[in-house]
Design a protein around this ligand. Structure first.
Ligand code: FEO
Length: 397
């Protein structure tokens, strides 16, 4: 069994990266990440779909040579120019000098600006254009802002194979197998929430548009640029992406807090307990000082409730709380029930600052924001109870 052959004449030639600590310099990779590339062999021509991060060029070229047996490649289709996928273009071009690089007009501009490639090296295609490989044809769908302006998808009509770029991707290196039929994919779904919420979330509207373009199109395999190739689980993956693109959360509450000496943490624990007492089954408590915001964003994307708390710091927000709020604003999070609490020793302002930061987001504030003075008193416990009760009523509908 050739595990790299996805279906007749279509091969996986990607690579794993288990060395990079932070994707985009920011996002932790506890399971690593794969940079996926694919080879489509027609009767007359051969096309490569995307490349890989420059750090993996040597392995990438070796993987291709193993599949082609040294035969040539005619086209490199660039669905996405972000350097985790375009970074090996120079290496590919050096190995296959006659190859045409295929992209749209925005791709062409980036090829010039990133790699100095233009003129005869580049072939520009538009929405609906096709390239015949002999028995297999590539059809191009422009899907801008998923999640860069030049992003497009490539579809092999004869086999129902969609090369979807970052859409339907997830963090997590591959462990031998490539297609979801070959292994247990359970561990990839949390990494899908994290990948989407960290990288793509701001562009949900464009993800919805892209998904709509394939209504009624026969798709047997979804080959994204990161993570497993989807076959058996296409419906589940498309559903997850559709819900995330609409910011549709399932019932549950993330309690995201920071605490300097443990007093604000007591509020968070009390709120969590009260949520549970009120029948919220999914309560996820995160200390923002010890959990990277990447993981917190994933659960905020997953659940419909959020309560943020933190101490007053320099007459404003605690830095880790500010970081989370900035991440929410940058991604234009919406459709969430949100509550907040704060604390301070002499002039607490944090709940007011948290509320102020949330202004402009399409979220519904729930309960009364409050600030604790120094440490937990009976009145604070009552406020925790009231906030949790109001939130539970919202998230559980
Ligand atoms: Fe995996 Fe948008 O690059």
């Amino acid at each position: 069994m050739n595990i790299d052959e996805i279906c007749n004449g279509i091969y996986y030639v990607g690579v794993n990266d288990r060395t990079t600590h932070r994707f985009e310099g920011m996002w932790p990779l506890p399971m690593g990440v794969s940079y996926n590339s694919y080879l489509v062999k027609g009767a007359e021509k051969v096309a490569l779909i995307d490349t890989v991060h420059v750090s993996q060029s040597a392995r990438f070229l070796a993987h291709i040579a193993e599949i082609t047996g040294g035969a040539g490649i005619d086209y490199l289709v660039v669905n996405h120019m972000e350097p985790d996928h375009s970074g090996s273009i120079h290496a590919i071009k050096a190995m296959y000098p006659g190859l045409k690089i295929v992209g749209n007009s925005k791709t062409a501009a980036m090829l010039k600006d990133y790699y100095g490639l233009q003129g005869d090296d580049v072939m520009t295609v538009a929405d609906g254009d096709t390239i015949d490989l002999g028995g297999k044809s590539l059809k191009f769908y422009m899907t801008p802002m998923v999640h860069w302006p030049e992003t497009m998808m490539t579809y092999v009509e004869e086999d129902g194979v969609l090369f979807s770029g970052d859409a339907f991707g997830c963090f997590g290196a591959l462990n031998g197998g490539v297609v979801d039929t070959q292994f247990d994919t359970t561990a990839y779904y949390p990494e899908m929430y994290r990948y989407y919420s960290n990288i793509v979330a701001k562009y949900g509207m464009f993800v919805q548009k892209a998904i709509a373009r394939f209504d009624g199109v026969c798709i047997n395999y979804v080959c994204s640029t990161h993570g497993p190739v989807w076959h058996d689980e296409i419906a589940r993956v498309v559903d997850a992406y559709s819900r995330m693109a609409r910011f549709e959360g399932e019932p549950g509450v993330v309690v995201a807090y920071a605490s300097m000496y443990g007093n604000t943490e007591e509020l968070a624990e009390r709120v969590a307990m009260e949520l549970s007492r009120n029948g919220v089954r999914n309560v996820k408590v995160y200390n923002l000082s010890t959990t990277h915001v990447s993981f917190v964003l994933a659960d905020i994307m997953r659940y419909n409730g959020l309560i943020i708390g933190g101490p007053t710091y320099n007459n404003g927000l605690f830095p880790e709380v500010e970081r989370l709020l900035s991440a929410l604003k940058g991604r234009e999070f919406k459709n969430r029930y949100v509550g907040c609490f704060g604390s301070g020793s002499w002039a607490p302002v944090s709940s007011k600052c948290i509320k102020g930061c949330l202004e402009g987001l399409k979220v519904e504030m729930v309960g009364d924001a409050f600030d604790m003075k120094c440490s937990m008193h009976d009145t604070d416990a009552e406020r925790c109870h009231a906030l949790a009760t109001a939130m539970a009523a919202k998230v559980n509908g």
